[in-house]
Design a binder for this molecule. Sequence first.
Ligand code: AQP
Length: 343
Amino acid sequence: MTAPTFTPRVFSGIQPSGGLHLGNYLGAIKRFVDMQNDGLSGQPIETIYCMVDLHAITVWQDPATLRRNTRELCAGFIASGIDPEKSVLINQSQVPEHAQLAWIFNCVARMGWMQRMTQWKDKAGKNTQNSSLGLFAYPALMAADILIYHATHVPVGEDQKQHLELTRDIAAKFNNDFGVDFFPMTEPVIEGAATRVMSLRDGTKKMSKSDTSDASRINMTDDADTIAKKIRKAKTDPEPLPETLEGLEGRPEARNLVNIYAALSDISAEAAMAQVGGQQFGQFKPMLADLAVAKLSPISAEMARLMEQPDEIDAILSRGAERAREISAPILRDVYEIVGMVR
Ligand code: AQP
């Protein structure tokens, strides 16, 4: 078998394990849209975006809620600007090659690698014995999601950096174990002003779906009043904003709001400071709230409209799965051949 050349290709996914929030939007989806429309370094690039439902069930999900969340996530992708004609939009469980390659990777990855994953430690906490085997093996499935398409670039938030490093380790070990140059060394794409959006209640904690406080996050389905109220009530310190970015050192809540402002405005944090440096929060917060409402309200309105057409969403996902399998099935066939499966 000749060593394949790797067509530049983007893959990324989000779990339908709850509603989308501003962190998912700024850290991931907005970047997905940019890569779909602008390509990579000016070159067009194939983009595949996924609702990773198999990942979601690593912790228990109510079946009806999971179904709804998966459709709502798909609506969120499309409402944010993912065009199902330009990008391949899929639900993970509809492309069986993800799970099939994950099994092979379960046999390549080492227990010690998984045990070092901070997300595993955070999510399992002290209760490792009672956590699902799937939660432990999560990064091997994530590696399979990416490598089943030979994806070369993965836009993610900063929290996924360690899993991307593990994906490279798995690819390298597979290549080495079988003496092939089969899987690419995928590059994480962690860019922009908001690669780690923090909780509105605690600037040292990531904004997250699983935070018990709804006030900690802006949900993509929040209405204008709720968005404005959450920003008004966001925790801050008593000082006005400094004149420069350096002055935000040691002020995580202020830094977070500036990053959100920058990312929503499509400018760097430095450029944001040139606009808002020196302002009191009483002036800055209403401006940020107006900006957030202006950017997010059209998305939530479009999500609501799309959710009234679940059949249309399902049809988009079926079409996406067909397109995805044209790429994934031949790659899995090659993997089985390399590993020595009789076909
Ligand atoms: N706060 C965040 N800032 C920037 N990016 C973020 N992402 C998540 N939170 C932030 C990025 O969103 C993508 C999908 O994340 P996910 O839903 O698959 O998993 P997650 O990171 O576990 O999301 P949550 O909200 O934090 O869920 P829970 O509460 O269940 O743990 C990824 O690219 C991620 O980086």
